[in-house]
Design a protein around this ligand. Structure first.
Ligand code: NOJ
Length: 532
C-alpha cells in the first residue's frame, strides 16, 4: 500500500464509518454483512475515501447490536466468518483502503464465556475480570452510580450474592481493567487483529475503562435528572485510564502504521484532548463538539478553534458530524428551502477543516433520519430510556438504487428504508453531476490534490456576520475557505490574490476570478487555491 509522498493515511486521509447491519446485505436475510461490504468497496473507492471503520461485527447476542461482544476474536455468523474478514481486508488493501475495527474494551456481553465463568463462582480465577461488590449496608447497590442507558449501574446476582457493575445495559457487564490478567487478555485481542492485518481500532468509551478504585458515589446535583443529574467524577475519566491506554498504544506502535481512534464521550473538550497524552495514547480522540453545535458560523468557528488549540503538537485533530449514536446532520440542520445547500456547505467544512474527517455511511447522499414506527423500533434505548432516545433512525439501510429493497437487500430489511429511498440513492445521484454524492467525490479529489487541505496549518480570517472564513497553508500553498451560514447572500472582500483553482458548493455557480469581489449565495461556500 502506498502512502503517496506527503500523505500519512490516518492524518491526511478520510475515514468512512460503516454500520455493518445496514450497509449491504449479501446473503438475503435483511441484515448487512461483511460480504456485502466487500461487494460495495467499489463505491468507497469511487468516492475517494482512504479507509473504513466497521462498527462491531464480533459474535454478539445483539442486546446493543454488537456493542455487547461475546467473543473478541471471531465474527458473528450474521456477518460472516473470519475467512470473510480476511477476504475483506485483502480486497480493501488491494484498493488502498485501510480498515478499522471497533474495540469494545469497557464491557463484554453477559454471554461472553469470561462472564459466565466470573458469574458462576465467587472463587473462579476470572471472577475479578469484572467488577463485583457486596451490597451496601441496606442491601442495595454498593454506590449511587447509574447506567447511561437507564436505571442503576448495578445488577444483583442472586446465586453468588453480589452486584456486578454495568455502565450500559445489564447485558453489558463492565470489565475490570485493574486486573492484570484481563488487561493481558485484551492486549492479545488487539494483537490478534493487528496480526490479521487490521489497520487500527475505533475504541468504544475508552474514558470509562478505569473507575475510582474505592467505588465512591458520585455527587448528586439534581436527583430528578437521573444520569444527567450526577457529577461523574468517580465512574468515568479516572486518571488511571491513561496508563491503560498507553499500554494499548505500545502494542499499536509495535506494528507499522496502526492507529487508535478513541471515543472519549466527555463534554469538556479540554478533558477529551488529554487522551492524546504526549503522543503515547490515542492517535485521535473523536471531536464530537460539532455534533452539539447549532448551524451558526461563529459557533462552529469557536468550536473548531478551541479543539485545534487543545490538541497537543504530537496529536492530530479529528472532525465528525454524524454517527450511529447521533441524529444525522442532514436532519439536524435541515431547512425547508436550504436543506441541500446546508448539506453541501457542511461537506465543504468537514472536508477542508484541519483534522481527519470521519464520514458516516449515507451522509454522502444527504440521508436523513428515518421515522421508525414504534412497532419496528429495535434499539434497546427505546425501552430502557424512551422511544425518542432510540438511535434506529440514523441506522437505517443504505439506499443503493430504486429497486425493491433499495439494492440493500432482497428481503425485508431489519429497519425500514427512508420514504425517499427510490429517489435519494447511490444510482440516482451517480447519474447527476450536480448531486450531493458528486459534490463529496469532487471535494475528496480536490482535498487529495491539495496538500494544504490535508496537512496544512489553519487560521481564521475576518469575515462578515454569519460567514466563517479560514485559510489553510502548507509551504507555499495557500487555500481559502469561505462558508456562508446565512439564509441570504453575502458579499466578501478577501483581499488581493488570484484564484488558481477551486470549488463552490452551489452547483450552478461559476468560480470567481478575484478574491476581492466574492459573492456567496445563501448557505453557499467556496474553497479556493490562491496565488499571492
Ligand atoms: C458507544 C457506542 O458508540 C454506542 O453505540 C454503544 O451503545 C455504547 N458505546 C456502549 O458500547
Amino acid at each position: 500500500m502506498g502512502t503517496g509522498g506527503h500523505r500519512s493515511w490516518w492524518k491526511h486521509g478520510v475515514i468512512y464509518q460503516i454500520y455493518p447491519r445496514s450497509f449491504q446485505d449479501a446473503n438475503g436475510d435483511g441484515v448487512g454483512d461483511l460480504a456485502g461490504i466487500r461487494e460495495r468497496l467499489d463505491h468507497l473507492q469511487w468516492l475517494g475515501v482512504d479507509g473504513l471503520w466497521i462498527s462491531p461485527c464480533f459474535p454478539s447476542p445483539m442486546a446493543d447490536f454488537g456493542y455487547d461482544v461475546a467473543d473478541y476474536c471471531d465474527i458473528d455468523p450474521l456477518f460472516g466468518d473470519l475467512s470473510e474478514m480476511d477476504r475483506l481486508l485483502e480486497e480493501a488493501h488491494a484498493r488502498d483502503l485501510r480498515v478499522l475495527l471497533d474495540l469494545v474494551p469497557n464491557h463484554s456481553s453477559d454471554q461472553h464465556p469470561w462472564f459466565a465463568e466470573s458469574r458462576g463462582d465467587r472463587n473462579h480465577p476470572r471472577r475479578d475480570w469484572y467488577v463485583w461488590r457486596d451490597p451496601a449496608a441496606d442491601g442495595g447497590p454498593p454506590n449511587n452510580w447509574l447506567s447511561i442507558f437507564g436505571g442503576p449501574a448495578w445488577e444483583w446476582d442472586e446465586a453468588t450474592g453480589q452486584y456486578y457493575l454495568h455502565s450500559f445495559l445489564k447485558e453489558q457487564p463492565d470489565l475490570d481493567w485493574r486486573n492484570p490478567e484481563l488487561v493481558a487478555a485484551m492486549h492479545d485481542v488487539v494483537r490478534f487483529w493487528f496480526d490479521r492485518g487490521v489497520d487500527g481500532f475505533r475504541i468504544d468509551v475508552i474514558h470509562r475503562i478505569a473507575k475510582d478504585p474505592e467505588l465512591r458515589s458520585n455527587p448528586v446535583l439534581d436527583p430528578s435528572r437521573g444520569y444527567g443529574g450526577q457529577r461523574h467524577i468517580h465512574d468515568e475519566n479516572h486518571p488511571d485510564v491513561h496508563e491503560r491506554l498507553r499500554g494499548l498504544r505500545r502494542i499499536a506502535d509495535a506494528y507499522p502504521e496502526r492507529v487508535l481512534v478513541g471515543e472519549v464521550y466527555l463534554m469538556d473538550p479540554a478533558e477529551v484532548a488529554t487522551y492524546y497524552g504526549k503522543g503515547d495514547e490515542l492517535h485521535q480522540a473523536f471531536n464530537f463538539s460539532l455534533m452539539q453545535t447549532p448551524f451558526d458560523a461563529a459557533r462552529m468557528r469557536d468550536e473548531i478553534e478551541r479543539f485545534h488549540a487543545l490538541v497537543p503538537p504530537e496529536g492530530w485533530p479529528n472532525q465528525v458530524l454524524s454517527s450511529h449514536d447521533a441524529r444525522r446532520h442532514a436532519s439536524r440542520y435541515d431547512h425547508p428551502l436550504l436543506g441541500e445547500a446546508r448539506a453541501r456547505l457542511l461537506a465543504l467544512l468537514l472536508l477542508t477543516v484541519r483534522g481527519t474527517p470521519f464520514l458516516y455511511y449515507g451522509e454522502e447522499l444527504g440521508l436523513r433520519n428515518v421515522e421508525i414506527p414504534e412497532d419496528r423500533l429495535r434499539d434497546p434505548l427505546a425501552w430502557t430510556l424512551h422511544p425518542a432516545a432510540s438511535r434506529d433512525g440514523e441506522r437505517t439501510p443504505m439506499p443503493w438504487s430504486a429497486e425493491p429493497g433499495a439494492g440493500f437487500s432482497p428481503a425485508e430489511p431489519w429497519l425500514p428504508l427512508g420514504p425517499d429511498a427510490s429517489t435519494r440513492n447511490v444510482a440516482v445521484q451517480r447519474e447527476d453531476p450536480a448531486s450531493l454524492l458528486h459534490w463529496y467525490r469532487t471535494l475528496l479529489a480536490f482535498r487529495r490534490a491539495t496538500p494544504a487541505l490535508e496537512g496544512g496549518a489553519q487560521q481564521s480570517l475576518p469575515a462578515p456576520a454569519e460567514v466563517y472564513v479560514y485559510e489553510r497553508r502548507l509551504g507555499t500553498e495557500r487555500v481559502i475557505v469561505a462558508l456562508n451560514f446565512a439564509d441570504e447572500g453575502r458579499e466578501l472582500d478577501l483581499g488581493a490574490g488570484a484564484v488558481l483553482a477551486g470549488l463552490r458548493s452551489d452547483p450552478s455557480g461559476a468560480l470567481p476570478t478575484r478574491l476581492s469581489e466574492l459573492r456567496l449565495a445563501p448557505c453557499e461556500g467556496v474553497v479556493l487555491r490562491v496565488g499571492s
